[in-house]
Ligand binder design. Sequence first.
Ligand SMILES: [Zn+2]
Length: 380
Amino acid sequence: MGLSAEERARYQRQLNLPEIGLSGQQRLKAARVLVIGAGGLGCPAALYLAAAGIGTLGLVDFDRVELSNLHRQVLFASADVGRLKVEAARERLLALNPDIVIRAHALTLGTDNVRQIIGAYDIVLDGSDRLTTRYLVNDACVLLGKPLVTAAIHRFEGQAMTYLPGQGPCYRCLFPSVPEGAVGSCADAGVLGVLPGVLGALQASEAVKLASGAGEPLVGRLLTYDALTVTFAELPVSRRADCRVCGEQADIRAPEDSGVGSASEGLEPARRLSATGLKVLLAAGKANGAPLVLIDVRESWEFAARHLEGARNIPLGQLERRIAELAPDDAPIFICRSGGRSLAACALARRAGIIAPGHLEGGLLAWAEHVDPDFALGFE
Ligand SMILES: [Zn+2]
């Protein structure tokens, strides 16, 4: 794969490195790297991978940009709030480097699609904040023989490790099963914004090394970083003979064995929005010129008594036969009284092929409590 004069100019500082050089840069151009999660880790990783000239970059995420993402998800600007993350990311990355291909996958990985998605790439970076996704991605990478660069963050601490097929331990060797009382997500526990920047850049560095053939990958070594004390440490990690996916008598032989549901069943079938989150989205949606699709799934008499401005009424019982009123990429937000019917509506919408349904957690009761005390439902 040759390089144009413009590409030679763009990558000159990298071409000057003897460890990379022209052949390494050509390998980067031929490489297909998948970034799972366009969040705190995926954003900086994708920026550096695009800048470095990775020829095909895939992004998996079905969330939309929220205001509270911006302190760490550096691909996005304030004006992106409310947009699909992968769409905003593609635009930003192509503005940075128009010579590469960006594939946006607005979906959740599940047992039914993980093979197809990961199979189309050479290297995988996992920046997901869902533990179940981590195991699914690890198992799929082991089964498909794909290198995996994994990283995780929590409050002020981060860790990273690289898996190479047949060479070192996998994520499941390190953590054989989902830990009891697993740590909360960033939303619950909080995270220092710059922390995922450090770890995401490390993941990108690993991917560039793997793709170009330079250096020693982080195989068999768990790198830990403590931002409070500025301490990097390394823990040696070995393969486990009894690992369920890469061990001698592995019983995970297909993604379906991972113990993770299919994307359509969805362990996380819905984007959950808080009342205050919805308030921001509503304002941003209008400011963005991209009206949000707000569906109130209560009964028509409940809707008539009081509803949010701009909401449409499709009672839950009618949703299945009226689902064609929604486009697959609409990303509707379902609303009900307390959050139960709206969650059911999300599951139904997902089964019908709507890519990214969301719902108001706690329903209009939460809206009245946290956003608009004057919003009386009118039938208490
Ligand atoms: Zn293993």
